[in-house]
Design a protein around this ligand. Structure first.
Ligand code: G3P
Ligand code: MG
Length: 236
């Protein structure tokens, strides 16, 4: 079962920052997950929430701030004093961390609340420029963008879902993928059946060993965890 560092090694480092990604890049995990938004001036930036409030010393929406303004913010102190000064990284900066590693980079496009037109194209272009196109997985709760990533840019795409609304296996066929990134409660309820139907099931966010073992038993393809180092040790 593959292990992905969720938002980098985010249990021990400030999520979605270069320290968290460098830590993940040094581990023998399969990959890393990160979240992408667009700044006011159209730069791909790596942060989870639509607003900077929770994880920085600033206030407001990412979409209303330029990259220069976002770069002024401290994205480390909220986690612990030792990370003071860690910045919100661009996607280009994060790709560079993984340039010489074997890790798969799962770019989660946060286009389900604000659509960020052009984000899919920009990720595809950047990945090609940095030679990352063969180590990329695009996921989103915006399934039209997943479809676009697959059909228009030939990138592997994954459907993100936290609840069941339809026959997910049949629905995934219409999006053009077998890969589902499911919430833990959803996966515990429906994962086994979806795996039997041929889906590749990845599960977020799995920080407990008993859940990880349960998922491994049903044949889950992978998990996203905030504690990749601990999970590596415990699962081996
Ligand atoms: O991509 C898996 C997981 O990160 C999706 O939820 O809210 O942590 O981005 P969230
Ligand atoms: Mg995410």
């Amino acid at each position: 079962m593959e292990i992905f560092a969720h938002r980098g090694s985010s249990g021990t480092h400030p999520e979605n920052t270069l320290p968290a990604f460098r830590e993940a890049a040094a581990l023998p995990v399969h990959g890393v997950e990160l979240d992408v938004h667009l700044s006011k001036d159209g730069e791909l930036v790596v942060i989870h929430d639509e607003k900077v409030n929770r994880t920085t010393n600033g206030k407001g929406y990412v979409k209303d701030m330029t990259l220069a303004e976002l770069k002024q913010l401290d994205a480390g102190s909220w986690k612990a004093g030792e990370w003071a000064g860690a910045a919100i990284p661009t996607l280009a900066e994060v790709f560079r961390v993984f340039q010489n590693s074997p890790h798969i980079v799962n770019v989660e496009l946060k286009t389900d609340i604000f659509p960020y037109p052009g984000a899919v194209e920009q990720v595809a272009k950047l990945a090609a420029e940095q030679g990352m196109e063969n180590r990329l997985v695009i996921s989103s709760f915006n399934h039209l963008d997943v479809q676009a990533a697959i059909a228009q840019h030939n990138m592997p795409g994954a459907i993100l879902a936290s609840n069941i609304l339809v026959d997910m296996a049949a629905y995934a066929d219409t999006v053009g993928t077998k890969r589902l990134h499911l919430s833990l409660p959803f996966a515990l309820r429906h994962g086994a059946e979806l795996i039997r139907k041929g889906c590749e099931v990845y599960v977020y966010t799995v920080n407990r060993l008993d859940y990880a073992e349960q998922l491994r038993q049903i044949g889950a393809a992978g998990i996203f965890t905030d504690y990749p180092e601990k999970m590596l040790e415990e699962l081996s």
